[in-house]
Design a binder for this molecule. Structure first.
Ligand code: PLP
Length: 387
């Protein structure tokens, strides 16, 4: 097969779509006014923001006033946790989360611990799942917030969010879910889910990097994130990034329109998973077979290192990652893989392949040709391998 370029790292970021880029153009060309200005120029920019907010609210089943724009998913995660923790200290200082959250959540919780809060980090099962009963057992009278991600960015596990949310409601505890990887993969209706807060990020769904949003249910007590000119209902000041907000709305519109076609991505993923497991000995799939993100495949290959595989695949024109993009600069094995019970050496030999609507059957064929070659080449160099 001829050498080709295959981008299979969509859990790290996606290519901005032509539609999302076009949606930015009015705010970059004619409607560049300051949305806080009361004159026509400003008010036109304000209208663009409010239209975008209405679209996003509609697609999430929320009210317009419940959507707040942020600069990224990380900011939304930080705000939800810190903001709710501090606004509810009178009730208590105990927070519950899981061991497999994104670092945007884990490091925020660790910081809160340094500031006098207590955090319970729930274990997960071998597939990376948290169960509602675990949450119920961990809730104490002083628990104010539970933060469990909707879908895991490394191994693709989809969590039982509706059930966890029901437990939190019954116990009178706030529930936040990081849905950065879930948007566009599973239908999201905040009322059906019963969540109090939900975060999302543009660049995972073909909008540019640097835009996110936080859904905050009406009536939820949360501290302001940034004080200043009073934008975002006074909670998150700063002149709005109008072009990116428009792109985010367009990206969410497209992603939710395409939800009915997600099964096509899952089919390609399944062919990839089945063939890899069948043709490469001593390989394993990390994360569940059922209930995983349509585009996510995460493997461990014995005797070799994820970094070496990633680099050799890159030479062949294939972009994938080892663990999460954020931890790929660190030599520590992924906290998610350790949490599902993988020993260090298996966690080190992991590779995440994440595909999207744009991935073709030929792309999958190419990965399926190159990956076994790369694995064998590295194994033949490994002192641990005697196959
Ligand atoms: N949460 C999850 C589950 C993610 O996968 C990511 C990005 O990798 C983030 C949060 C952070 O989002 P952003 O890159 O927009 O800050």
């Amino acid at each position: 097969m001829e050498k080709r370029f295959v981008y299979a790292d969509n859990a790290a970021t996606t290519a901005p779509s032509r539609e999302a880029i076009e949606a930015m153009m009015p705010a970059l060309t004619d409607e560049w006014g300051n949305p806080s200005s009361l004159h026509t120029k400003g008010q036109r920019a304000k209208e663009l923001i409010e239209q975008a907010r209405a679209t996003i609210a509609d697609r999430l089943g929320a009210m317009r006033s419940e959507i707040y724009f942020t600069s990224c998913g990380t900011e939304a995660d930080n705000w939800a946790i810190r903001g709710a923790a501090y606004a509810n200290v009178k009730k208590g200082k105990h927070i519950i989360t899981s061991k497999v959250e994104h670092h945007a959540v884990l490091y925020t919780c660790e910081q809160l611990e340094k500031e006098g809060f207590e955090v319970t980090y729930l274990d997960v099962d071998g597939d990376g799942r948290v169960y509602p009963e675990q949450v119920r057992d961990a809730i104490r009278p002083d628990t104010t917030l539970v933060a469990i991600m909707y879908a895991n960015n490394e191994i693709g596990t989809i969590m039982p969010i509706e059930e966890i949310s029901a437990v939190c409601k019954e116990k009178g505890v706030l529930f936040f879910t990081d849905a950065v990887q879930a948007v566009g993969n599973v239908p999201i209706d905040v009322h059906k889910l019963g969540v109090d807060m939900l975060s999302l990020s543009g660049h995972k769904i073909h909008a540019p990097k640097g835009i996110g949003a936080l859904y905050i249910k009406r009536g939820i007590r949360i501290q302001n994130l940034i004080n200043g000119g009073g934008q975002e209902a006074g909670k998150r000041s700063g002149t709005e990034n109008v072009p990116y907000i428009c792109a985010l709305a367009k990206a969410i519109e497209i992603a939710t329109d395409k939800l009915g076609e997600v099964y096509k991505i899952a089919r390609k993923r399944d062919r990839l998973i089945d063939t890899v497991l069948k043709t490469i000995p001593n390989s394993r799939l990390n994360g569940p077979r059922e209930g995983r993100l349509a585009g996510n495949a995460n493997f461990s290959f014995d005797y070799i290192e994820g970094e070496s595989m990633m680099l050799l695949l890159n030479e062949e024109g294939i972009c994938v990652s080892t663990g999460s993009a954020c931890s790929s600069r660190s030599l520590e094995p992924s906290h998610v893989l350790l949490a599902i019970g993988l020993p260090h050496e298996k966690a080190h030999g992991s590779l995440r392949i994440s595909i999207t609507h744009e991935t073709t059957d030929e792309d999958i064929d190419y990965i399926l040709q190159k990956l076994p070659e790369v694995v064998l080449r590295l194994r033949l160099m490994s002192p641990l391998y005697n196959g």
